[in-house]
Design a protein around this ligand. Sequence first.
Ligand SMILES: Cc1cc2nc3c(=O)[nH]c(=O)nc-3n(C[C@H](O)[C@H](O)[C@H](O)COP(=O)(O)O)c2cc1C
Length: 214
Amino acid sequence: MDKSKIANLRNNYMLNELLENNVSQNPINQFTEWFNDAINAEMKEANAMVLSTVSDGKPKARVVLLKGFDENGFVFFTNYNSHKGAELEGNNFAALTFFWDVLERQVRVEGEISKLSEEDSCEYFWSRPRASQIGAWVSHQSETIVGRETLDEKLEFYNHKFESEDIVPKPPHWGGYVLKPESIEFWQGRPNRLHDRILYSLENENWRIERLSP
Ligand SMILES: Cc1cc2nc3c(=O)[nH]c(=O)nc-3n(C[C@H](O)[C@H](O)[C@H](O)COP(=O)(O)O)c2cc1C
């Protein structure tokens, strides 16, 4: 592709501002406000976030879906035996990044991750469509497979296995994680690359609020 075509891709951000006297004192309240804005903006995946982990000093990143948040942290669900599961086993410090392009906003969350209780994982698992529940049995996430037919064969196997069961059991290797934030940064695009960045950091159980240079 023509290099200048890429170099010339740029937007001037004009939509909004983020000022110290308008932000909430608590980042979860601030996140609630921005997350509501993202949902109301009717983008397709407002709850999509990049989960970054570190394994042997090497960063790894992938998109997962936010499935809940409150003072205790940010929740997502996955396969505990996946690559990310193994990475979190070795180092439970991770980062989440949201990018809401239509709002010209980014949120970065950092902190320690722990497993959700079995009870909470089951509750969410059983709220999913039955086909997704069976899919969790089919996929040994992040393992190499020879071809698509491996999945088709296993899907048939598990469809048959659970045919007469009203409730599909939750696989023991499937469940939720919660990231408890130690810092949350809100970024609002502004004109001429002079963006607003407000950082909340946890200090002795209180949230310190600072502005960062763009
Ligand atoms: C929009 C989107 C949403 C996704 N949501 C999830 C999710 O909630 N949980 C999950 O395990 N993988 C999700 N994935 C797939 C992951 O990005 C990734 O491919 C998978 O979890 C394996 O990652 P790993 O090998 O690093 O463990 C999603 C991918 C996309 C593009």
